[in-house]
Design a protein around this ligand. Structure first.
Ligand code: C2E
Ligand code: CA
Ligand code: CA
Length: 433
């Protein structure tokens, strides 16, 4: 029964494909052999439809379908789940290793250039795979697990369903549902981590870090909930709440005679909003905060995409007098072109480098090079993740004078910052050391 079900002009639902799958899984169960389900998706079909027209898109789908069919063996079949989204039933699965090879070979075949119209066309596809008995026992579960794996597969690659992935996704769903209404219920707060002038120990600024105390999940780390908040579209509002709260606090410190600069992490979706620069200046005005007391931290990964648009937003922010920092420097794309296209006041050396300095000489060399580059470009360098006196000393010797890390202080509530000894205007030089 090698072959395909559902043509391009087939029914609107994918019920026939799923019915075929149920029957095939039932037969495999009866004969006791393991089958596998692979779902494959053409990543760029929307773009192809958009730029080259639906007729080209349809021919791409037929070509991909034909290439999958050509790879099938007895009793395997392929069906369309919709758009450029295919289900491949593999009747005799020989374990995970063989399946990975099979899936990658299929992806390679699908991604070969196709001659449609005048120019050769390349498509990108990815795949998710789940294996009978090991991952699931019913047709529905096999399909669902393969889909979950697909959602987490990188373009051009195949991903297997796994218990880890399931746990990860269950955690994701849990966070996602607990986030609904969390901002309205006032479950977020900010803590602040001092940034210190290494020579004097004086605290010259703080980084605001978001905390979420969920009644259902307890304290959830930002690395776990921020990506989910980003995906569910909460981040623009949450980010604005962070910005306003941090400005309010900076204003309080200033009124207490402690003009601390507050660094606020910005998310990609905030920067993508064309009104972002205006919102920043409005929030500053609402809190009567001098712009120089605010620093916005962005990461390299946020600067890909529409460079001109990012440049416009960041220029507008800097023109308003707000400082800009490049966070986690050296860990992302590390494309020095960013330093040409964008002007940063501060480069934050990621804690990977801080960790490396006392353990290997390459770490030393990299930090020395970053410090020299910062000096050349007139940038302030802040080393993150300083945990020990040895690291602080080594950084000082390498010419890095500004630091942040557990050695000086963990992130703490605003009230603890107010009473820290090392805070004050330049010249007072009280010390956290
Ligand atoms: P980040 O911006 O790189 O923040 C520094 C992280 O390193 C913080 O983790 C901080 O607690 C931790 N850290 C500071 N000193 C040390 C140290 O000496 N050793 C070690 N091991 N860690 C140190 P945190 O608070 O869990 O934040 C994690 C990430 O979440 C942040 O990384 C940032 O990317 C993101 N994040 C936090 N707050 C916000 C926010 O308000 N908005 C956005 N968009 N992202 C945020
Ligand atoms: Ca940061
Ligand atoms: Ca960082």
């Amino acid at each position: 029964m090698k072959g395909s079900c559902c043509s391009l002009t087939g029914p609107l639902t994918n019920l026939p494909v799923r019915q075929n799958l149920s029957a095939a899984v039932e037969r495999a169960l009866q004969s006791g052999h393991a089958a596998a389900v692979m779902v494959m998706k053409i990543a760029d079909l929307t773009e192809i439809n958009h730029w080259q027209g639906y007729e080209v898109g349809d021919r791409v789908i037929s070509t991909v379908m034909g290439r999958i069919e050509a790879s099938l063996q007895n009793n395997d079949f392929v069906g369309r789940l919709g758009g450029g989204h295919f289900l491949v039933f593999l009747n005799h699965a020989q374990g995970r290793e063989a399946l990975v090879e099979h899936a990658e070979a299929l992806l390679a075949a699908v991604s070969k250039p196709m001659q449609i119209g005048v120019a050769p066309l390349l498509v990108n596809a990815s795949a998710g795979v789940s294996l009978m008995f090991e991952d699931a026992g019913s047709a529905d579960d096999l399909l669902r697990n393969a889909e979950l794996a697909l959602r987490n597969a990188r373009t051009g690659r195949a991903r297997f369903f796994s218990q880890d992935l399931q746990a990860h996704l269950a955690g994701y769903a849990e966070v996602r549902s607990a986030l609904v209404g969390a901002l309205e219920r006032d479950e977020f707060s900010l803590v602040y981590q001092p940034q210190v002038c290494a020579a004097s120990g004086r605290v010259f600024g703080v980084e605001a870090l978001l905390r979420w105390q969920s009644p259902a999940l307890g304290q959830v780390p930002p690395d776990r909930f921020i990506p989910v908040a980003e995906n569910v579209g909460l981040m623009p509002r949450l980010g604005e709440w962070v910005l306003a709260s941090a400005c309010r606090q900076a204003r309080r410190w200033r009124a207490e005679g402690k003009p601390l600069r507050v660094a606020v992490n910005i998310s990609a979706s905030q920067l993508d909003d064309p009104r972002f620069a205006d919102r920043v200046t409005t929030i500053l005005a609402e809190h009567s905060l001098p712009p120089a007391l605010l620093e916005l931290e962005v990461t390299e990964s946020m600067l890909v995409g529409d460079v001109a648009e990012c440049q416009r937003a960041l220029h507008a922010i800097r023109n308003a007098g707000v400082k800009l920092a490049l966070d986690d420097f050296g860990t992302g794309y590390s494309n020095l072109a960013y330093l040409r296209h964008f002007t940063f006041d501060t480069l934050k050396i990621d804690r990977l480098f801080t960790n490396a300095i006392t353990s290997d000489s390459l770490g030393d060399g990299l930090v020395r090079a970053i410090v020299a580059m910062g000096a050349e470009l007139g940038q302030e360098i802040v080393a993150e993740g300083v945990e020990t006196a040895e690291q602080a000393e080594a950084l000082r010797q390498l010419g890095c004078s500004r630091m942040q890390g557990y050695y000086f202080s963990r992130p703490v509530p605003a009230g603890e910052i107010s009473v820290m000894p090392g805070i004050g205007a330049a010249g007072e030089a009280p010390s956290l050391l």
